[in-house]
Write a protein that binds this ligand. Structure first.
Ligand code: ADP
Length: 411
């Protein structure tokens, strides 16, 4: 087993620590591996099978074969299996949360306690399987009034087939169950390509799918490195046996996948990057505005798709807002490892992410922005939570998603 930290170090059941691909109900080694890091320490925690197009094709073939069996099961049978999977995730919630903290250091840090919030993510993640296990039995059709007396119009809903599911690192478990729960409930089968930063959570879900009795080939996982991702992604989005693509991630990647999907006119669901504005008018209650800014910006160190990205503050309230926000940042934010109970701000997912924030700050300062708090990149992928004033809309931070703990304020 290619784990650098073993189950004792991580204090996680050995069964859930999986490092191979999961194809047709079997654990499959690829010819090479890629490293998974603890983003707080930069330490390698596991070596995971680095799947290429061969493994991806095997997974698609397996999912296609399994589709005919899975779709012919009754809705009740599928519902029962999803419910079992949900129960198993709940039983292993603590262990699964430790895996999330190890590979991504704390998700949903709205209350700024990464480990606690990883447990929160597992509750959230499991809830999708619960919901879809119930919805599985409620996929009704329709009877429509016909335009002629000798016609009847009946609408049937049928599963489309194999779905390729490509997920980001920032909700490593919930992004998978949310897509997979829906697909499996109606009789589709899936191939999941998890983010390269967080494959362990996806593989642990696969282990629990076996224990739940989900048949081989229905749920497949092909982890791969950033280097192999384009080729694997292309296969998953162009293979004629794939009927549907569901993706959450950056807009740039979404555009690539849409182009791939066009060749065979696949159905697609895209949940892409954000650039959310946070607007404060003079009439606002400043304390409430500051509390809202803290919650919406610093959740998971600024790394959720709905984190506020650009702050527009009317001139009458601007100075009071800045002063109180700076004080709130001093009082409430503590940078550290996700497993430390007092940590409110973990590291960013990798050094690339930290460089992006650092670059946005440098660009803003070069164009006249003033650093009110923070401003520096710390060791590894840690960033100081940063507040900038005198920002204008030409600056990079006002034009692209930050995905980090930076508040640029335009007066
Ligand atoms: P992020 O900024 O969250 O890393 P990405 O869009 O790069 O956003 O990544 C989201 C998911 O998309 C990850 O699973 C990543 O491996 C995958 N991905 C990135 N590039 C491609 C690609 N060219 N083809 C398929 N998947 C990709």
């Amino acid at each position: 087993m290619s784990l650098i930290l073993d189950s004792c170090t991580l204090d996680v059941s050995a069964q859930l620590l999986r490092t191979e691909a999961f194809i047709e109900g079997r654990w499959v080694s690829a010819t090479s591996t890629f490293p998974v890091f603890d983003p707080a320490t930069g330490e390698e925690i596991a070596k995971v099978s680095d799947c290429g197009t061969k493994e991806a094709q095997d997974a698609v073939n397996a999912a296609y074969k399994a589709f005919y069996l899975w779709k012919s099961q009754t809705a009740k049978e599928r519902s029962i299996l999803l419910r079992k999977w949900f129960n198993l995730i709940n039983e292993h919630k603590e262990d699964l949360a430790k895996l999330i903290t190890a590979e991504s250091v704390g998700i949903l840090t709205i209350t700024y306690r990464p480990m606690k919030e990883s447990v929160g993510e597992m509750t959230y993640s499991a809830s999708f399987l619960e919901w879809f296990s119930e919805e599985a039995r409620r996929v009704y059709g329709d009877i429509v009034a016909p335009p002629a007396k000798d016609r009847k119009i009946l609408l049937l809903k049928q599963p489309v087939g194999v779905a390729s599911i490509i997920t980001p690192w920032n909700f490593p478990s919930a992004m998978i169950t949310r897509k997979v729960g829906a697909a499996l409930a109606v009789g589709c089968t899936v191939v999941v390509k998890p983010a390269e930063d967080t494959p362990l959570s996806a593989l642990a879900l696969a282990e629990l799918s076996v224990q739940a009795g989900i048949p081989p080939g229905v749920f497949n996982v092909v982890p791969c490195s950033r280097e192999k991702t384009p080729a694997v992604g292309e296969l998953l989005c162009t293979d004629p046996l794939v009927a549907k693509i569901s993706f959450t991630g950056s807009t740039a990647t979404g555009k690539v996948l849409l182009r791939h999907a066009a060749g065979t006119v696949k159905r697609v669901s895209m949940e892409l990057g954000g650039h959310a504005p946070f607007i404060v008018f003079d009439s606002a209650e400043v304390d409430k505005a500051v509390a809202g800014a803290m919650a919406s910006k610093f959740r998971n160190s600024g790394q959720t798709c709905v984190c506020s990205n650009r702050f527009l503050v009317q001139s009458g309230i601007h100075d009071a807002f800045m002063e109180k926000l700076a004080k709130a940042m001093d009082a409430e934010l503590k940078v550290g490892h996700g497993s430390e109970p007092t940590t409110t701000q973990g590291p960013l997912i990798n050094t690339r992410a930290a460089e992006k924030v650092e670059n946005q700050i440098a660009d803003a300062v070069a164009q006249g922005a003033v650093i009110v708090r923070g401003g520096k990149r710390l060791e590894g992928s840690f960033m100081q939570p940063t507040l900038l004033s005198s920002v204008n809309t030409d600056m990079l931070c006002m034009r692209e998603e930050t995905f980090g703990p930076l508040i640029p304020v335009v007066k």
